[in-house]
Design a binder for this molecule. Structure first.
Ligand code: GLY
Length: 562
């Protein structure tokens, strides 16, 4: 605990004044309802929908669309995502609105004649675009679980797009960073490709008009109407393969969540085609026999145990997981206690296990760190956790000016070259190879936690392959180390993913002596490649049934409630 407080002090010192101004260790407290997302505008729009009497599912749709306007870095209608829910009556479920490969996709579409991966083909521009699922996801959720008219839900985002969004300091920096790629990919000027400065206001009239048409004509506007025609033509004119038929054939899918226990917690997370729920279950079940609370937060033994569980889970992830509509995944076995205790049988606190001694697979995972997450609890007690993405920052960087949004580069989440590792790691197992209409493997981990059969927490994060371990650490911070939601979100994070065989740590936030001890045991520490690990947004139900928001200081994330 002492180490945790020391690192908190250091965190406050090193990061923004927003953080330094914090006096309380609790995040925002609200009595009835709360929305936590990557932008204040989106959290407010979601919260206002709740105030109007809407439920968490209405607020999900509104927040998703508001993020598409206010946070084009990852918020979207040109991408996809996953949502897990728990209704006030305890019913649980989840929806997959993940992108899928176009009909014309082929296994080797990103390889040259020598069989080598063509740089940037799966990450930049029209060939990187998977069939977007977000609009289908919103309408599916609204139809099954929403309560307000869809127009009331979409209108605030239309107004936001017309009136404009104020640029934050962090946004100024990301726009500056990515401008060279905007002009490299796009034939015409795009709204974000300017020297925008903090407090400038960016308006998105084209996106407002697209949202107006969606509001009037429903889901079909995006998948079969004028918008779909403009979109397919635009992607093809830019060299892509996505067609009107691809859009017309897209469907969001309801999936059974992955459910497991950890001590007295019941954890409800997402099933394939995200690896999130299975990998989270594997890591937490491997950790359950250890006494992390006694070892202490960020103690040597805790970091070792977590690292070794992560190493083993990520080895399995690479080999076994993909789209369940195309491959058979041994879900039951992978999260069974005896299988997982066997996986940890060769672990000793005396020295690091080598990843080369851990099967399965021979594949590195390198995923982009973007994506975004929002958590909502409504005044009726319904909760959702939703993670959504266009994959990279501003997706493929391809922006349809006529429609007003960025297209995803989700095709890069497939294994471009199954079974053969390369130094860049943009490969995976056969289970995640490209096929027409297949969904690419994800790490998104929207998660809801119950305690004593009651709602306890809803959370998630962006962060590519670090999503799973960030969600896991945040749950452990609350459950094992008695942190508040905000402390649990703020605490420094680390990550091991089997390959590369190293512990990534947020720089300068971990005790130097601890790092030395880990190195002496054979662990390789990397503080260079992860300036930020995850941006967790969560809500904790407190003993008095009020809600505490945890909004990550690493972004512009904000909790709004009432
Ligand atoms: N594109 C990030 C993910 O799906 O995990």
């Amino acid at each position: 605990m002492i180490k945790y407080f020391l690192s908190c002090i250091l965190t406050c010192f090193l990061f923004s004044c927003k953080q330094a101004e914090k006096t309380s260790t609790r995040g925002l407290i609200s009595k009835q309802a709360m929305v936590v997302s990557a932008r204040a505008e989106a959290s407010k729009i979601g919260s206002d929908i709740l105030k109007k009497g809407g439920n968490a599912f209405d607020a999900m749709c509104a927040t998703q669309l508001a993020l598409a306007v206010a946070y084009p870095y990852a918020g979207n209608i040109g991408g996809g995502g996953f949502m897990v829910y728990r209704k006030a009556n305890g019913d649980i479920g989840s929806i997959d609105f993940r992108e899928k490969a176009p009909l014309a996709a082929t296994k080797d579409m990103y390889l040259n004649e020598n069989g080598d991966v063509i740089p940037e083909k799966s990450t930049l521009g029209a060939m990187a675009v998977g069939v977007p699922g977000t609009v289908a996801g919103i309408f599916e959720v609204h139809e099954k679980l929403g309560s307000l008219p869809i127009k009331d839900i979409i209108n605030p985002s239309i107004a936001l797009a017309y009136n404009g969004v104020t640029v934050t300091k962090k946004q100024e920096e990301t726009i500056k960073k990515y401008r060279p790629l905007f002009s490299k990919v796009n034939k015409e000027a795009i709204p974000l490709d300017k020297a925008w400065k903090e407090n400038d206001v960016i308006k998105y009239p084209a996106l407002a008009k697209t949202l107006e048409r969606i509001s009037q004509n429903g889901k079909d506007e995006f998948y079969k109407g004028k918008t779909s025609k403009i979109l397919a033509k635009f992607i093809q004119e830019n060299g892509g393969i996505l067609t009107e038929k691809d859009l017309a054939g897209y469907e969001a899918k309801w999936r059974e969540p992955i459910v497991f226990t950890y001590d007295d917690l019941k954890i409800i997370s997402i099933a394939p085609p995200s690896s999130g729920g299975i990998a989270l279950a594997q890591i937490m079940k491997m950790l359950e026999p250890f006494h992390l609370d006694e070892y202490g937060h960020h103690s040597l033994k805790t970091i070792q145990a977590i690292t070794e569980a992560e190493r083993r889970a990520y080895a399995d992830r690479s080999f076994y997981l993909g789209d369940p509509d195309f491959i058979k995944i041994p879900v039951e076995t992978l999260i069974k206690e005896d299988y997982l205790s066997g996986r940890m049988a060769d672990f000793s606190f005396e020295k690091a296990t080598l990843s080369s001694d851990v099967s399965h697979g021979n594949i590195q995972i390198i995923e982009s760190n973007e994506t975004t997450h929002y958590s909502i609890i409504d005044q009726f007690g319904n909760a959702i956790a939703c993670t959504t993405t266009i994959n990279g920052a501003y997706g493929s960087k391809l922006y349809c000016a006529e429609l007003g949004f960025f297209l995803n580069n989700e095709m890069d989440d497939f294994s471009s070259k199954p079974g053969v590792p390369n130094m860049f790691g943009l490969i995976g197992a056969e289970a995640n190879s490209i096929l027409p209409e297949k969904r690419m493997l994800s790490s998104m981990t929207p998660t809801i936690v119950e305690k004593n059969n009651k709602l306890f927490m809803t959370l998630g994060t962006p962060g590519g392959s670090t999503i799973i371990t960030s969600v896991m650490q945040t749950i452990l911070n609350v459950h094992e180390f008695d942190m508040t939601m905000q402390e649990a979100v703020d605490a420094p994070r680390f990550h091991h993913q089997w390959l590369p065989d190293e512990i990534r740590m947020e720089p300068n936030l971990f005790d130097r002596n601890l790092i030395k001890q880990l190195e002496n045991l054979g662990y390789s520490i990397n503080e260079k490649d992860a300036p930020v690990i995850g941006k967790v947004d969560g809500i904790l139900v407190l003993d008095d049934n009020t809600y505490e928001g945890g909004a990550d200081y690493r972004g512009d994330d904000t909790a709004v409630g009432f």
